[in-house]
Ligand binder design. Structure first.
Ligand SMILES: [Zn+2]
Length: 67
């Protein structure tokens, strides 16, 4: 299953990981948001950590994709 890492380029809110098929995943990246597709959870976590370090913010699984 693919995972999508959400990056907010402007507010730099917490990085969130969504699962493939989640309704909250945007179709396209915009000027202020970016979705990083990852082929598995380990890759998604490592990408999230990288982005989190970059912004000095944390990362987490999105609430909608926890279950
Ligand atoms: Zn989600």
């Amino acid at each position: 299953m693919s995972y999508f890492v959400f990056e907010d380029l402007v507010n730099a809110t917490q990085i969130k990981i969504h699962r493939q098929g989640c309704g909250n995943i945007g179709d396209n990246s915009t000027e202020t948001t970016k979705w990083h597709e990852c082929s598995n959870l380990e890759e998604a976590k490592s990408k999230s950590q990288e982005l989190a370090n970059q912004y000095g913010k944390g990362w987490k699984m999105a609430e909608c994709c926890l279950s």
